[in-house]
Design a protein around this ligand. Sequence first.
Ligand code: FE2
Length: 291
Amino acid sequence: MTRFLYLSDTHWGAGASGYTMQPKSDTQLPALITALRSWIEAHGPVDFVLHGGDMIHETSAAGITAASQHFDLSCPVHLCLGNHDLTTEDAVEQWLHTAPQFFGAAPQLDRAASSDYAITTDDCMIHVIPNQYGPTPFRWESTQDPHFLASQIEALEARITAHPDTTHLLQTHSPVHAIEPGQSGFAEPFHQPPAEFTATVTRLVEKYGIACVLGAHSHINMNKKLDGANYITVSSFVETPFEFKLFEVGGGALTMQTHNLWQHVDFAAEYNWHSTFVQGRACDRAFERLL
Ligand SMILES: [Fe+2]
């Protein structure tokens, strides 16, 4: 059985700025990680923690060093770079140099540190493929045009093809599907990705039977079931109620549960009860399926 936690969008260093869906306590990240450590002690063990991106708010050596120090847990922590992690030309080099432990430098991973890598366990492979945002690879300036480089897709397909008998999960930062009006109550789909990005990923999912696609970026919990796959996103770990996912893979099943740390921190935190759709309905927060 593989057990891992999935959290995202910690935006360390954002200050007063930044997109939020619920009140944020990003300056309390150290306290939240302490609470997460206690949760792992009580409910673990877990094999690793996967961070879905936007670990920091802007790329800087100081920010990466701080994130590296904060996310020093009793288990490995892996990162899928998000747009806010990629705000300088040399962002990937900075991350790999300062925090290689997040990117495949650990022995259980299948290659040396790289922005794109796979986490391999006895039960599954999680392919971490950060999507692109604009014309310059691995650089976010202002555009939000999620896509993959041809070389990223090629490497992913080669890796999946070489391991046909395991369960494959795909991790990227931008959501592949919109939040439906049935969840949000809005008139239109929310955070609608470009149709081409949705088509690219759903084609890969169908072709290779990928069981689950993990996303982030929207700061909203989502679980969309399509063609036998679950497309999920997670709310921001530093926004009330400080949620994360527990994934369990093995014994012929894949399960996801959503947990929170609100009752496990001692700082005051507000919640906007007019936006409970961010946490999602029961069907957005958990699933259990056979493999
Ligand atoms: Fe993002």
